[in-house]
Design a binder for this molecule. Structure first.
Ligand code: ACO
Length: 431
């Protein structure tokens, strides 16, 4: 794989480590041999660690580049659609027309969930956070598909991928309807993926004839884009969680449930929800300066949600597309004067001009815009991360599949132990 080496000298000992060149991006030093020499590497937060090799997604955070299977995200967002991008992520190539039709049909055929899952929903308190429900019900899918859970069988893995991509919107919409106390709305396979999701979210059985819920095409396009722009993002925290769980041989539904759990945190997918909660907390344009001051105060842990990214130290290319979609949706819905959205626009402007944010390259991230678009569409804030999870499912499953279909080891990091030295147990009456 490499004829280049890096030489590491420790305590007079010289160790040669192979250096690999990727097709795109930074060279990587293979430190695997170090443990045999009696050393581990130390990299909390994995800021300098490539945890695997992958052919799916490439990010150049300094240049603001995101490629899926080589295709720039801006081109996919402009010319492709979510399901085609799912196919690309899973299969490595864009589908031809027949393959595309077949794939869309296959996903449509899997949109319903087993009726017994309804009982599982009913077990949750009605004020349960939808992400709590999603962690549970997606993991519970493992109990329904015993016929296709041999992870070493390529066909089983494919069927599982299709099931997950197809059922996530159904489960997501069910978690929303459950909180509202409205009946679940069954999927409609005559609608597109995004239209069907909006239908399951907003239609009710009472809608009929003239008052039937009709999906606005601008909103459906925005929804499809939100899914597409979240489809994959190489080895982020939730994807690494899916890979780590998968490396134990756990079943794919359990692995995706672990990814959903990891996504929930406000430093990751929970940020789009946190953005809106923060806008509500700020409440009025007159208080923006106070919050900007807090964000800049080194003694205050407060952060401006929706700004900054571990990898992008340039404008996130997804945020650029999302910003454009944001304007399209606002114009369509005529909500430019919404007070929270006005605060958001002012924050965006400050962050792009203020020296603190400019110096640290803290640009608005994809969650900043997706949060405000979803709010404008009328999706409740606690559903935002669920929507992110729905969009990210093809990425998780493609990454899991890539790992399982190649030689892999259980992921088992080591540590820098800083605890007590070995000591003798002291009986309780002597302590
Ligand atoms: N508001 C104010 N200051 C910030 C912010 C922010 N949102 N983000 C980073 N900073 C500051 C830090 O205080 C630090 O300043 P210092 O150098 O003076 O100490 C500097 O910028 C670098 O920050 P780090 O924490 O080292 O950056 P890291 O890469 O670890 O964090 C993260 C990235 C977690 C995304 C961070 O920017 C953050 O918390 N943002 C808000 C939450 C958010 O929007 N998350 C969504 C991420 S995108 C996604 O998951 C799809």
């Amino acid at each position: 794989m490499s004829d280049r080496v890096a030489t590491l000298t420790i305590d007079g000992k010289t160790i040669e480590l192979p250096v690999y060149s990727p097709t795109e991006g930074q060279d990587v030093v293979d430190v695997g041999k170090l443990s045999a020499s009696g050393y581990f590497t130390y990299d909390p937060g994995f800021v300098a660690t490539a945890s695997c090799d992958s052919k799916i997604t490439f990010i150049d955070g300094d240049k603001g580049i995101l490629l899926h299977r080589g295709y720039p995200i801006e081109q996919l967002a402009a010319e492709s659609d979510y399901l085609e991008t799912c196919y690309l992520l899973l299969n490595g190539e864009l589908p031809n027309a027949t393959e595309k039709t077949e794939f869309v049909e296959t996903i449509r055929n899997h949109t319903m969930v087993h009726e017994q899952l309804v009982h599982l929903f009913r077990g949750f308190r009605r004020d349960a956070h939808p992400m709590a429900i999603m962690c549970g019900v997606v993991g519970a899918l493992s109990a329904f598909y015993h016929d296709s859970m041999d992870i070493d069988d390529e066909v089983h893995r494919k069927v599982t991928a299709h099931r997950l991509i197809a059922k996530m919107p159904t489960l997501a919409a069910m978690s929303h309807k459950y909180a509202l106390g409205q009946p679940f709305v069954y999927p409609r396979n005559d609608l597109s993926y995004a239209e069907n999701f909006l239908h399951m979210m907003f239609a009710t059985p009472a809608h009929h004839g003239e008052s039937e819920y009709k999906v606005n095409p601008v909103i459906a396009k925005a929804m499809d884009r939100i899914f597409l722009l979240h489809a994959d993002h190489e080895q982020n925290a939730s994807t690494s969680t899916v890979r780590m769980a998968g490396s134990t041989g756990a079943n794919p539904f359990a692995c995706i449930a672990s990814g959903i759990a990891a996504l929930w945190g406000p430093a990751h997918g929970g940020a789009n929800e946190a953005v809106l909660n923060q806008l509500a907390e700020i409440g009025d344009e007159s208080r923006i300066d106070e919050y900007i001051k807090k964000a800049k105060d080194p003694n205050d842990s407060f952060r401006l949600m929706g700004f900054g990214h571990r990898v992008y130290k340039n404008y996130d290319p997804r945020a650029r597309v999302m910003q454009q979609t944001c304007h399209e949706v606002f114009a369509e819905l005529g909500v430019e004067d919404d007070p929270q959205l006005r605060i958001a626009q002012r924050l965006e402007q400050i962050a792009l001009e203020d020296e603190y944010f400019v110096k640290r390259k803290l640009y608005p991230n994809v969650d900043f815009y997706s949060g405000i678009i979803l709010k404008a569409i009328g999706i409740p804030v606690d559903m935002f991360t669920v929507i992110f999870a729905t969009g990210r499912t093809p990425g998780w499953i493609a990454q899991w599949n890539e790992m399982i279909s190649n030689p892999y080891k259980i992921m088992r990091p080591r540590q820098l132990y800083m605890g007590e030295n070995a000591r003798d147990f002291v009986p309780v009456d002597k302590r």
